[in-house]
Ligand binder design. Structure first.
Ligand code: VGL
Ligand code: ZN
Length: 201
């Protein structure tokens, strides 16, 4: 068992990010069993769930003529336009069937405001709107975070960098993550995490 001040953050292990899903991450399902085993070691367990309304503005389908994976400018900065994914209540938004969610103390949903995407478990993409997770972890006296899940270069990356900025000791276990790796996003994410003081193990 890990120390009482340690939490695990399981990021977006959902059907749409696994093979066969709308925004499938190669090998996304390979990490499910080892994550189940690791979760048991931690006294504090938080899972996140990407959770978008059907007309979410991060979807290419909401922008006339825009191709999935193109980039647009939002009021808060550049935004990748994704295929429709993780729609509220859909089977794609459900956790992977084999992910054991029973041990989760808290499930944080993010990206539920139409106008703004949320990669990070802490802040939406404006870097200002809080999900409440920081307050939850502090209330539970958490100081060290271990991050696993999908996708390494987007939601895991943004969550880990925010965690470090907020003063948590953050470790990403790379072998328990899988990446989208589009347009150099994985190497950029790794460099950004290292710069922010995240340990990539
Ligand atoms: C994610 C793209 C869009 C992720 C979520 O979980 O990494 N990526 N929404
Ligand atoms: Zn999303």
């Amino acid at each position: 068992m890990r120390a009482a001040n340690e939490a695990i953050l399981v990021i977006d292990v959902q059907n749409d990010f696994c093979p066969g899903g709308a925004l499938a991450v190669p090998g996304g399902d390979e990490i499910v069993a080892p994550i189940n085993a690791l979760v048991a070691e931690f006294p504090v367990r938080v899972f996140t769930q990407d959770w978008h309304p059907i007309d979410h503005l991060s979807f290419a389908s909401q922008h006339a003529g825009a191709a999935p994976m193109s980039v647009t400018e939002m009021p808060y900065g550049p935004q990748v336009l994704w295929p429709d994914h993780c729609i509220v209540g859909s089977s794609g938004a459900a956790f992977h069937d084999r992910l054991d969610t029973r041990p989760a103390d808290l499930i944080i949903r993010k990206g539920f405001r139409r106008e703004i995407d949320s990669y990070s478990a802490f802040f939406e993409n404006d870097h200002v709107t809080s999900t409440g997770l920081d307050g939850y972890l502090r209330s539970r006296s958490v100081e060290k975070l271990t991050l696993v899940g999908l996708a390494t270069d987007f939601c895991v990356n943004f969550s880990a960098v925010d965690a470090a900025k907020l003063g948590f000791e953050a470790t990403v276990i790379e072998s328990l993550c899988r990446a989208i790796d589009f347009d150099g996003s994985l190497s950029a994410a790794k460099a950004g995490m290292q710069d922010a003081g995240v340990t990539v193990a």
